[in-house]
Design a protein around this ligand. Sequence first.
Ligand SMILES: [Zn+2]
Length: 337
Amino acid sequence: MDLKQQILEIKENFARAIENIKDSDDLEQVKIEYLGRKSRFNQILKGLKDLGVEEKKEIGRLANLAKQDFQARLDELKSSITASGRTDSKFDYTLPGKRSRLGRTHPIVTTMREISDIFFGMGFGTEIGPEIETDYYNFQALNMPRDHPARDMQDTFYISGDLVLRTHTTPVQVRTLERSKPPARFIAPGRCYRNEAISVRSHAAFHQIDGFFVDRDVSFADLKGVLVAFARSFFGSDVKLKFRPSFFPFTEPSAEVDISCFLCNGKGCALCKRSGWLEILGCGMIDPVVFDYVGYDPEAFTGYAFGIGIERICLLKYGIDDIRLFFENDVRFLEQF
Ligand SMILES: [Zn+2]
């Protein structure tokens, strides 16, 4: 075979060989085979000395062009392998790594867990219910018939005539009591929705933990005892509580609970608006009407209910001044917890 023919053949083989290069090891093999000291090219070039002047020139030129071409193709492949990270054995373990950012728990979730843990410690279980709720569970069975003025207290997102986005987690009480027999002691954590303008102080979505205890002879004193224990555990052992009479359609009597401001110890500061007190939750004794709806005998059983707004507690605990931050998922905000 003459030398021109041989060079053509080497070029064809090379073209096939580079098709199969997968990583830098393959690339190195091909390089040695086609451009190394013992390559067929070098043998051809060594044989040039036996040729005539003209032929020497032509074959030499062809061989060198092919070598340059091979070198260029291999360099190109090498940079694409490096760029795609397929360097394998060429991986440099001493280079600094790329730091991957760790996720962390959202402050709302952290607060819900902390509060839940305290109630688990006092013997409460957990129940959950749907966020899309029927008018019956969200309102009627909680002593708010269709024409009840208390419905105005909760601006509601209606999905259809009978379906709403739940405005509180209190419907979980009805669903749970309905399918179980007393005694019952559980908390109901979850997300709720109200048709409110989004501002620094309020949001259309928020979180609540409701708690319930139903048994024979449950009294308001039991309710106070549990809430005092909770507040001391969560806010500190020297916190004071104040129960103010209030109104909820599903409890009677009802109260709102303030704690002494943990920032100023009741002296008055910006957080407590100079009052020395912070409102943290609503509560009361379950209205006998609710027992009628779930089939409990109101003569035999009594119970209490309370509802804690998680955002409010979280704002107070971390000194956050804008409720919207909880829902914007700005990493700069979330990284601080
Ligand atoms: Zn204060």
